[in-house]
Structures are given as structure tokens and as C-alpha cells.
Design a protein around this ligand. Structure first.
Ligand SMILES: Cc1cc2nc3c(=O)[nH]c(=O)nc-3n(C[C@H](O)[C@H](O)[C@H](O)COP(=O)(O)OP(=O)(O)OC[C@H]3O[C@@H](n4cnc5c(N)ncnc54)[C@H](O)[C@@H]3O)c2cc1C
Length: 436
């Protein structure tokens, strides 16, 4: 399959971008004129998302096919801040935009990119991620879901778990074992998988937050066409690692401030949708859309959080962590701008982000006192901080646990030896490895 990487604005080999020919101020002015002329809270959510994508203002760093204008980071930030200052709602957000699109840029054929990117950036096609399996979460390379080639289609059998948004997804990115005779990392292939077919059974899982954002998914003789294989047969582990590097990157241009999870009604007036989302956003979406930090600042402003000397000390420590995170992000962005790849700071940032979440939760709840236990309308922050607090343990699990991220840092950055028995497991055929 001839993969045609889409050129983003960061690599040094890029072609001329809008930001090469326009100043940031000109970009912002043009965006402001466009948003003022086009934003109408009475129009449907679907029309607004299509308008944003059509004008290239949905994901400004991406190319036109992907709802963008190939702007560099400064130009894109100017567009996004301008849109927000006018009060216009953001583009779609979720597995489709921050995981599937960047993986398609790198591994998709032209045909796959043309078929799938437009529905991703205008929010009409929703995606989920079918990677984890019972017993194969951290040890994802051991996965047991099988895909077998039958003519020009693959037959898929197996079970996945913890799949966010699978209950409303139209498509999934799926990894499955295609060659059990190969060592575990080598016999995996990556697919673009239709969720709306016979043979796919999605069962929601209720979380301690009260929401049911993720699911278990059973596949029984489900089918996927050869043209929906992403990357080479047996190269799925590398493709999946690309996806995960985007999942662990807080600077991912496919993340926006709108809620990434939850069902949406594209025919609803966008202003009503935005107001309902502000009242009912779930903890998962708050964490991923960056809303947790703003909510924490609100709690500190509205309570006596900053006046108690012990809490003030903790607040300063947290402030220092947030600043370090900003600098680390800037360092990662500079490395990418110079043509490099995201480095170990992505793993450090993932651990740091989870720790900051826990500290914000503890300090916010301490500052709220007994009010922190309340949720629902007419409670402090309308219960939103409580929702965020309930979700925080998940941040150190989703996308790779803290312990696994520390292993990555130990082995790849500090050069420490791999875990005992690991090299043996890497070389043996998958079918000869112990299960469970
Ligand atoms: C909110 C949320 C959303 C998610 N969404 C998705 C999704 O959309 N799609 C999807 O495919 N998956 C999803 N996941 C699953 C997630 O990727 C896994 O939960 C994660 O990889 C951990 O796997 P596990 O749950 O099987 O835990 P396990 O791997 O069983 O780990 C259990 C414990 O053992 C520790 N551990 C395991 N191996 C090691 C080791 N080698 N060294 C040290 N400690 C170790 C872990 O750190 C952890 O504390 C989601 C998870 C969460 C919490």
C-alpha cells in the first residue's frame, strides 16, 4: 500500500504555509472577520462544524483536506484564540481528531485519507480505539484478537475492553494478531474497522464517576476489507506506537476545548449544544479538553483556597509544576519544529499531568470543604469540580499507566536494563508464550 504522509506545518521539509506569507496579526484579523461573519449560535452544530472545516479554521495546523490551513503553531494559536474571543464554539474533539487523524497523516494511503479525514474534521463520523484487551492492557503486544485473511477481506474474532466512546462510534482503529507464529510485536496488523456491522457487540461499562464512557467490545466473525488495512501486514505495532505517541502528547493539534466524549446531536442549534455541554460535561471530557485547570483556578478564586498558609504553599508548588509543564511542552514543540520527533518528555509529561491532576483534586477539595462532596445544579461549580475529581485516578491509567511510563523512561532514557524475562518474550513466537 503506497502510504502518502500528509505534510504538516512543523517538519523542516515543509512546503510554504499560510504563516510564511502572512503575519500572525494578519492571520488573526482575517480569522476574526470570518468568525464574526459566520458564527451564529442558532445554526445547527453540524452546519457550524462543516463551516469551520470548509474554511480551514477547524484544525488550523492541518492541511485543507483535514479542515486546516497548514499554519504553524503561532498562526494556529492566533486563529483559535480569535475564535474563542468571539465566543464561537470549537471543532469536534475525540479519538477521531487526536488519534485517528494524525495516524492517517502518517500511514494512510491517499485513498484512505480522502475517504476518512473529511468526516473526522466535520464531526459526522465518530471513532473509537480498539487496542486494550482483558489481560493485555500494559502488555498490549500480547493481544489475542485474531484477524485472518479470507479473499480480500479479513475475519476478526476476539474481545477488547475499556474502549471509550465505542457505544456511539461508527468506526474504530483496531489492532489484531495476524501471524501467531511471529514474536508478539511482529505479528500484529492495524485496521480501520466498521463498528456498524453484524458481529460487533458493544457493552457499556459503568464507572465510579456514574458515567459509562467506555465499553467492552466483542467481535465474532466481523469483517474488514484489505483496503482498510493501515500500514503493512505485521507492522501494526509501529502504527499503534505512533497513535499512542499522539495520545500521550498534550500539545496534540487534534485536541480542542470542546467535550471529546458523549453523544452529540448534529441537528441541535450549536449555541444550545454549547450551553448544555458547559452544564453537563463529564469528568473524562473535562480532563482531556484542559477544562480541569480552569475549573481548579475557579475553585481557588471562589473559596478561601489561597488564604490558608499550608494550602498556599501547596498552591505555589502546583504553580511551579504547571510552569515546568509549559516549558517542557515548548521544548518538545521546538524539537519538532527543527524536524525531530517527540522525545522522552512526552512520557514525563504524561506522568506529570497525572500528578498535577491529583494535586489539583486534593487541593481543590480541601479548599471547598464539605461542599466538595456535592454535585448537581446549585452546588459550587455546579458539581463540575466533583466530576473532575472523580475522574482523576483514570489519568494515571489511560494511554499507559504511570508505572509503564516510568519503565519507558528507565529503559529508553536512563538506559537501565529491561525487565527480567522480557527479551525472551520478545523473541519467542506469540503462540508459544504463556497466556493471561
Ligand atoms: C479512562 C480510560 C479510557 C481508556 N480508553 C481506552 C480506549 O479508548 N481504548 C483502549 O484500547 N483502551 C483504553 N483504555 C485502557 C488503557 O489503555 C489500559 O487501562 C491501560 O493500558 C492499562 O492496562 P490494564 O487496565 O489492563 O492494566 P494492567 O496492565 O493489568 O495493569 C495493572 C497494574 O499493574 C501495573 N503494571 C502492569 N505492567 C507493569 C510493568 N511491566 N511494570 C510495572 N507495573 C506494571 C500497572 O501500572 C497497573 O498499576 C482506557 C483506560 C482508561 C482508564
Amino acid at each position: 500500500m503506497g502510504s502518502v504522509p500528509i505534510v504538516l506545518s512543523e517538519p523542516s521539509a515543509r512546503t510554504a504555509t499560510m504563516s510564511d506569507t502572512q503575519s500572525v496579526a494578519e492571520i488573526a484579523d482575517e480569522a476574526r472577520d470570518w468568525v464574526i461573519e459566520n458564527w451564529d449560535p442558532a445554526m445547527s452544530l453540524g452546519d457550524w462544524w462543516q463551516r469551520l472545516a470548509g474554511a480551514g479554521y477547524a484544525f488550523p495546523r492541518w492541511p485543507a483536506l483535514a479542515g486546516g490551513r497548514s499554519l504553524d503553531k503561532a498562526g494556529a494559536r492566533a486563529v483559535i484564540e480569535t475564535r474563542r474571543s468571539v465566543g464561537a464554539y470549537g471543532p469536534p474533539n475525540g479519538v477521531a481528531t487526536f488519534l485517528v487523524a494524525p495516524t492517517l497523516f502518517q500511514y494512510g494511503t491517499t485513498e484512505q485519507q480522502e475517504r476518512y479525514l473529511p468526516g473526522i474534521v466535520n464531526g459526522t463520523v465518530r471513532w473509537c480505539q480498539l487496542f486494550s484487551e482483558p489481560g493485555y492492557g500494559s502488555d498490549m503486544a500480547g493481544l489475542a484478537t485474531r484477524a485472518e485473511l479470507d479473499g480480500d477481506e479479513w475475519t476478526v474474532n476476539g474481545q477488547k475492553v475499556w474502549n471509550s466512546g465505542a457505544h456511539y462510534a461508527d468506526f474504530a482503529i483496531l489492532i489484531a494478531r495476524t501471524d501467531p507464529d511471529q514474536p508478539k510485536h511482529k505479528g500484529i496488523t492495524f485496521f480501520l474497522f466498521d463498528m456498524r456491522q453484524r458481529g460487533v457487540d458493544v457493552r457499556p461499562l459503568r464507572e465510579m464517576t456514574g458515567d459509562a464512557a467506555f465499553n467492552e467490545v466483542f467481535m465474532s466473525d466481523a469483517r474488514v476489507h484489505e483496503r482498510d488495512r493501515l500500514g503493512d501486514i505485521g507492522a501494526g505495532w509501529h502504527v499503534a506506537m505512533t497513535t499512542l505517541s499522539h495520545e500521550r502528547n498534550p500539545e496534540n493539534p487534534g485536541l480542542s476545548e470542546t467535550a471529546p466524549f458523549g453523544e452529540v446531536d448534529l441537528s441541535m442549534p450549536v449555541g444550545e449544544h454549547a450551553a448544555a455541554e458547559a452544564r453537563n460535561v463529564d469528568g473524562f471530557s473535562l480532563s482531556l479538553s484542559g477544562g480541569g485547570g480552569a475549573l481548579f483556578d475557579r475553585v481557588i478564586d471562589e473559596t478561601t483556597g489561597g488564604s490558608d498558609p499550608v494550602r498556599r504553599q501547596k498552591l505555589v508548588e502546583l504553580g511551579a509544576m504547571r510552569q515546568i509543564a509549559r516549558w517542557s511542552n515548548a521544548r518538545a514543540a521546538a524539537r519538532m519544529k527543527a524536524g525531530g520527533q517527540p522525545g522522552p518528555e512526552v512520557s514525563t509529561q504524561k506522568i506529570n499531568g497525572a500528578e498535577m491532576g491529583r494535586r489539583m483534586r486534593n487541593l481543590g477539595l480541601e479548599s471547598m470543604g464539605a461542599d466538595g462532596m456535592l454535585w448537581g445544579d446549585d452546588t459550587p461549580t455546579d458539581g463540575l469540580f466533583h466530576r473532575y475529581a472523580m475522574f482523576t485516578p483514570a489519568s494515571s491509567i489511560a494511554g499507559g499507566t504511570d508505572e509503564v511510563m516510568r519503565n519507558v523512561l528507565g529503559e529508553r532514557v536512563l538506559g537501565l536494563p529491561r525487565e527480567p524475562g522480557e527479551s525472551d518474550q520478545r523473541e519467542k513466537p506469540w503462540k508459544d508464550l504463556p497466556r493471561g
